[in-house]
Write a protein that binds this ligand. Structure first.
Ligand code: URP
Ligand code: ZN
Ligand code: ZN
Ligand code: ZN
Length: 454
């Protein structure tokens, strides 16, 4: 089976150029001008369109038992929505409840994903407690090709771990050459502030942000950086939301600490006023770290363009309106998370490239290449190169549309981006050479996705 994509503008590895791409089987066989059409090949005319490497979302939650409920997507709905939005690989947080054995968690998550994902996927291994089996299990899972861990400094009493466990995770990761990804908020401060606000009768979603202010995240970031520094590990701060936390990360980097920074699309584009809407309308926008003062966003965009922030993920974590109502009268009970796996690329292109905040080269780098490099998927993923997997996005920058829950493919009944206009969308998306999306609809094999061992 061959596929020839003609006349597109390829953007990859910091370069943009016009060329044809020939796909043979699952991989890219040739890139060049005026390539001959092999007999029987499918030909796609990409004139006026970009050809991007498939996008990688390095931070999503699909199966997630959390705050007394479960996130809404299945691997089927989440992966097809991802593909429609141009994401061809996601890295899911495998996050067992602190009471669950990690090896049981591995079996649960891989069992749920196997045969049910339309796109390729892999896992960050969540370390949510440290017991006498944890180290051996982590060594075994690294042997299975899972080259990143996830720790939560937040969520006291749930996913959160203490400093002794954090030290052990980082030390083991340094030994094994594995990246430690971390949710950086000081759990005790959050817990104390939550109790104080609730006692004062401050119970609505508008109090979620004040319960975990910017300084609490900046402290968490500096705290994590210290453990990375002490152990010589490679750290990765997930969903960094504000300028003060960014300063903490850059300060550590200036000392030579190996620390990468991720931002997620909600923090780049939505702000705290969304969560200040009354009742469940505000609850729809409750996530952690919280949506912040809009004044942080220019700083985040600038750092992203400069590469100080490496990647843009989603932190896709969908709860529906009924679930968001669980926190009526007590914001600490609102399930945290915003759905975005389908919207990340289009919103980043529109608010970034189209609005002049981001070059198209950096857009591709931040939403695909850097994640592949950091997490051991490059050059199989994250680039348009001969020999790479033919995960390709033919992107139409002339498309104009509007985001709405009614037309979304995520398993949710609201969109955080309801009514937002998008400039461009993926016209065709391929997964290892097979067309999975055409004209905004999934047309692929719902079971094509493979677990990526890194
Ligand atoms: O609010 C969020 N971010 N929900 C998902 C869990 C996490 O902290 O990533
Ligand atoms: Zn988190
Ligand atoms: Zn998350
Ligand atoms: Zn549809």
């Amino acid at each position: 089976m061959s596929l020839l994509i003609q006349h597109g503008e390829i953007v990859t590895d910091g370069k943009r150029f016009r060329a044809d791409v020939l796909v043979e089987g699952e991989t890219i066989a040739q890139i060049g001008e005026n390539l001959a059409v092999p007999e029987g090949a499918t030909v796609i005319d990409a004139s006026g369109k970009f050809v991007f490497p498939g996008f990688i979302d390095p931070h999503v939650h699909i199966h997630l038992p959390f705050m007394g409920t479960f996130a809404k997507d299945t691997h089927a709905t989440g992966s097809q929505a991802a593909l429609i939005g141009g994401t061809t690989t996601f890295i899911e947080m495998l996050a067992p409840a602190g009471s669950e054995d990690l090896m049981d968690g591995w079996r649960t998550w891989t069992g749920m994903a196997a045969g049910n994902s339309a796109c390729d996927y892999t896992f960050h291994i969540g370390v949510t407690r440290w017991d006498d089996r944890t180290e051996a299990t982590l060594r075994e899972l690294v042997g299975e090709g899972m080259k990143s861990f996830k720790v939560f400094l937040a969520y006291k009493g749930a996913f959160g771990i203490d400093d002794a466990a954090l030290y052990r995770v980082c030390r083991l990761a340094a030994e094994l050459g594995v990246v430690v990804t971390a949710h950086c908020e000081n759990a005790d401060l959050v817990s104390e502030l939550q109790q104080k606000l609730i006692a004062e009768g401050k119970t609505g979603p508008e109090w979620h942000e004040p319960s975990r202010p910017e300084s609490v995240e900046a402290e968490g970031t500096a705290h994590f950086a210290t453990f990375v520094e002490m152990t010589g590990a490679h750290g990765y701060v997930v969903h960094l939301s504000n300028a003060r936390a960014l300063e903490a990360a850059l300060d550590a980097r200036s000392r030579g600490v190996k620390l990468d920074v991720e931002v997620v699309i909600p923090h780049l584009t939505l702000d705290r006023t969304y969560a200040e809407r009354p009742g469940v309308e505000g609850a729809k926008y409750v996530m952690s770290p919280p949506l912040r003062e809009k004044g942080n966003q220019p700083r985040l965009w600038a750092a992203l363009e400069r590469g100080e922030i490496a990647t843009v993920a989603t932190d896709h974590c969908p709860f529906d309106v009924a679930q968001k109502h669980m926190g009526d009268g007590n914001f600490t009970l609102i399930p945290n998370g915003i759905p975005a796996i389908e919207d990340r690329v289009n919103v980043l292109y529109t608010q970034g490239v189209s609005r002049g905040n981001l070059s198209v080269e950096r857009f591709v780098d931040a939403a695909s290449t850097r994640a592949a490099q950091i997490f051991g998927l490059y050059p199989r993923k994250g680039t348009v190169s001969v020999g790479s997997d033919a995960d390709l996005v033919i992107y139409d920058p002339a498309y104009r549309g509007t985001i709405s829950a009614g037309t979304s493919h995520m398993n949710n009944d609201y969109s955080g981006y309801e009514g937002w206009e998008i400039d461009g969308r993926p016209e065709v998306v391929t997964v290892r050479g097979q067309v999975a999306v055409q004209g905004g609809e999934f047309v692929g094999d719902p079971a094509r996705g493979q677990l990526l061992r890194r």
